[in-house]
Ligand binder design. Structure first.
Ligand SMILES: [Zn+2]
Length: 298
């Protein structure tokens, strides 16, 4: 019996050792990096994964209990590197998080963005979040679109030439009441009714909503790899679902349709279904790696 146990141990020990070595062997695991390991709430970062030599390329990234797709970088000099955009939710608790790619992980330290509070008055008839039939589903489907080809390069085009009013992330007090579990999911432009709204980047129109109670007349454009822009409260819409648009191409005009206190453009950007702060996307050229580089995947 003693001999048998020794034999068993001799068999088990090398097996356990081999497993430990394979998960610790750097050639086996993907090497990962992010553009900013200390992002603010509401910020988007880009993750790059270089698969290990003998490893099957990873296909997804996991962060904050969500799984996002990895896309190949198209630039030949980048080899077989994979990329994914990760939007840090505006309402995530600041602190330490891990991003996982297969057996590899990287730590993030999310910083508090300190979003201000905004006070608004709305007519009683509009002081609710009721939606029209099909509205919630239409918006949800548009936000969840993930297509493979990254259609933009460089900084995004500002969708209205007028000054911004409400910033992204603001908490709101409407008619004297603080809205729980609410933050302003986009950037507002104080633009007069009838002025043009243009697409912030090349893409494909995935949604046209008309006369919706909350969003009014609205358009959503898919820019690829999980990036979607949404334009709401429009007076008129001049594009159709399925239509391809260029950066700067007119989508329609500013209005106050839906839940709006007056004419303005509300512009949201979603990354993998998470609302992100649009400001860095239209800011200083070359300020972010994913904006500066062309990495359109076929
Ligand atoms: Zn808004």
């Amino acid at each position: 019996m003693i001999i048998a146990r020794n034999l068993l141990e001799r068999w088990i020990a090398p097996i356990v050792f081999a497993v430990a070595v394979s998960s610790l062997n750097p050639a086996q695991a993907a090497e990962i990096s992010v553009t900013n390991a200390s992002p603010f709430q509401g910020e988007t970062i880009e993750l790059t994964a270089t698969p290990g030599e003998s490893e099957a390329p990873p296909s997804t990234v996991t962060f904050n209990k969500q799984t996002y797709k990895l896309f190949p970088k198209s630039d030949a000099s980048e080899g077989k590197q994979l990329v994914s955009l990760i939007a840090i939710p505006a309402d995530i608790k600041p602190g330490k998080y891990q991003v996982l790619v297969g057996d590899s992980k990287i730590d993030l330290a999310v910083k508090a963005a300190k979003f201000p509070i905004q006070y608004l008055t709305l007519p009683k008839s509009k002081d609710n979040f009721l939606m029209s039939p099909g509205e919630e589903e239409g918006i949800a489907a548009a936000k969840a679109t993930v297509s493979n080809k990254r259609m933009w390069t460089g900084v995004f085009t500002v969708p209205s030439k007028y000054a911004t009013s409400s910033k992204f992330g603001m908490k709101r007090v409407v008619n004297g009441k603080l809205l729980d579990d609410y933050f302003h999911s986009g950037l507002d432009f104080r633009a007069p009714a009838g002025t043009p709204i243009v697409s912030c980047a090349p893409g494909k129109v995935v949604l046209v909503g008309l006369k919706w109670r909350l969003h009014g007349n609205c358009v959503a454009v898919d820019h690829g790899q999980g990036v979607i822009s949404i334009y709401i409260h429009m007076t008129s819409v001049g594009v159709k679902v399925g239509q391809e648009v260029e950066a700067g191409q007119k989508l329609g005009t500013v209005g106050s349709t839906g839940r709006a206190s007056g004419p303005h453009l509300h512009w949201s950007l979603y990354v993998n279904n998470v609302a992100t702060n649009p400001q860095p996307w239209i800011a200083v050229p070359n300020s972010k790696a994913w904006l500066a580089k062309s990495s359109a995947a076929e």
